[in-house]
Design a protein around this ligand. Structure first.
Ligand SMILES: *Cc1c(COP(=O)(O)O)cnc(C)c1O
Length: 376
C-alpha cells in the first residue's frame, strides 16, 4: 500500500482548494453557479480569438467558469494534464472513443465492463466500422495476443462493475506505451482517492462522477482526465460538437461533493472491509479476492462495494451515502445488453449481489432476525 498518511494530507488540501480568485470583492469561498450560456465580448476580434481556440469565456457548451473550476479540482486530484466534465459517464466514454477512433480501427476491451460501455463497443461503434475484441480483463497476455496492426485503443475498467475484476495498471500502461496504443481506464469504482491511473502511465482516465465523486446520488455527470495536450484537445473538440457538457448547476454540486471525497471514501473503504470480513466463511481469509495482490499494488484503499436489509433500498447507482443493494445480472447488465451465456463466461453469476452500506459508525454489522447480511 502507498504511504497513506502523506497521500491523505495532500489529497485533502487539493480537494478543498479553489482556483477562484476574482480581482474585485466579493471573494466567495465557493465558486458561484454561473448560469449564463453566453458571455459579453469586448470586440468582434475578441470573439474570433476565442472561437479560434484562445482561452476565455464565450459560450457555456465550450467552457463555463463553474464547470471549469470543478474540472480543475478533479484534475488536481487525478494529477492529469487536463480534465473535461460531461453530462454523464456515458457521454464521457463515448466522446473519448469517438474522439480517437475512425472506421477500420480496432479496440481491445474486457468481456465484463459497465453494460452501457459494452453496448457502445458491441452495437454502436461496430455500425461505424470499428471492431472490438473482448478478452479477460485481468490477463494482460490476453490483451497482448488480441492486438492487431489496426488496434487503436486498449480499454479497461478496474475495479470492474460489477464483478470487481482488476487489471494490473502498470502492465496495462506498459503494453500501451510499448505498442503506441492509447490506454483508457474507467476508474469509477476506485475514485481518485483509491487509485490514480495517470501514475501508471494511462492516457485517458474515465469517471462516472454520478457515483463516488458526486457522492450524494443527486447528479448525473462524467469526466475524462487526459495525460497529454493532444488527447485533451481531441476530446475537447469532440465534446464541443457532441455537446455533452455538464451544466453549471451539476458542476457546482460535483465540486461540493469532491470536497468531502476523502472523508466519504475512508468510510466506504472501512464499511466494505467490515462487510467482507462478516461475509467470509473463514475470518482470516477475508482478503481472499483473486486479485488482492493487484489491488495492494495500485490502490490506496479497496473502495466500498462488497446492513440491515430493512434499511437498504433496491437501487442501481452506487457511490452515494445511502445503503443499497443491487442484483447486477438483472439490473445493470440485463439480458437485453448481454446474453446469459456471455455473462457467465465473463464471471457475472445471477447470484451476484452488490451491497453498499450507508454511513454510520463503523463496527461489525449486527445480525437481525430474518434480515441480516448473513442471509443474503
Ligand atoms: C455508472 C457507470 C458508468 C456510466 O455512468 P453514467 O454517469 O451513468 O452515464 C460507467 N462506468 C462505470 C464503471 C459505472 O459504474
Amino acid at each position: 500500500m502507498a504511504d497513506e498518511k502523506s497521500f491523505l494530507s495532500s489529497f485533502e488540501s487539493l480537494a478543498v482548494a479553489s482556483e477562484w480568485n476574482p480581482a474585485e470583492p466579493p471573494h466567495p469561498i465557493n465558486v458561484p453557479i454561473f448560469s449564463s450560456s453566453t458571455f459579453q465580448l469586448s470586440s468582434v476580434a475578441h470573439a474570433e480569438e476565442l472561437a479560434g481556440g484562445k482561452g476565455g469565456w464565450l459560450y457555456s457548451r465550450w467552457i463555463n467558469p463553474t464547470t471549469d473550476a470543478a474540472a480543475q479540482a478533479l484534475n488536481s486530484l487525478e494529477g492529469g494534464h487536463g480534465t473535461l466534465l460531461f453530462s454523464s459517464g456515458m457521454a464521457a466514454i463515448s466522446t473519448a472513443l469517438f474522439a480517437v477512433l475512425k472506421s477500420g480501427d480496432h479496440v481491445v476491451a474486457p468481456k465484463m465492463v459497465y453494460s452501457g460501455t459494452l453496448s457502445l463497443l458491441q452495437n454502436i461503434l461496430t455500425r461505424f466500422g470499428v471492431e472490438c475484441t473482448f478478452v479477460d480483463g485481468s490477463d494482460i497476455s490476453k490483451y497482448r495476443e488480441a492486438v492487431k496492426p489496426n488496434t487503436k485503443v486498449l480499454y479497461c475498467e478496474t475495479p470492474c462493475n460489477p464483478t470487481m475484476t482488476l487489471t494490473d495498471l502498470v502492465e496495462f500502461g506498459k503494453l500501451g506505451k510499448s505498442l503506441g496504443i492509447i490506454t483508457m481506464v474507467d476508474s469509477t469504482f476506485a475514485s481518485p482517492f483509491n487509485q490514480k491511473p495517470i501514475k501508471q502511465g494511462i492516457d485517458v482516465i474515465i469517471h462516472s462522477c454520478t457515483k463516488y465523486l458526486g457522492g450524494h446520488s443527486d447528479i448525473t455527470a462524467g469526466s475524462l482526465t487526459l495525460s497529454s495536450q493532444q488527447l485533451f484537445y481531441e476530446c475537447y473538440e469532440l465534446q464541443k460538437f457532441f455537446g455533452g457538457c455538464l451544466s453549471p448547476f451539476d458542476a457546482f454540486l460535483l465540486h461540493r461533493g469532491m470536497k468531502t471525497l476523502h472523508v466519504r471514501m475512508e468510510r466506504h473503504n472501512q464499511n466494505a472491509l467490515e462487510i467482507a470480513k462478516f461475509l467470509e466463511v473463514h475470518p482470516k481469509d477475508y482478503l481472499s479476492h483473486p486479485h488482492h495482490d493487484i489491488a495492494k499494488k495500485q490502490m490506496t484503499g479497496f473502495s466500498g462495494m462488497p446492513v440491515n436489509l430493512k434499511l437498504i433500498s433496491l437501487q442501481c447507482p452506487l457511490g452515494g451515502v445511502q445503503s443499497l443493494i443491487e442484483v447486477a445480472s438483472a439490473m445493470t447488465h440485463p439480458d437485453k445488453y448481454i446474453s446469459a451465456a456471455e455473462k457467465l463466461e465473463a464471471g457475472l453469476k445471477e447470484s451476484l449481489i452488490t451491497i453498499q452500506r450507508r454511513f454510520r459508525e463503523c463496527g461489525r454489522p449486527k445480525k437481525r432476525s430474518g434480515t441480516s447480511v448473513g442471509k443474503v
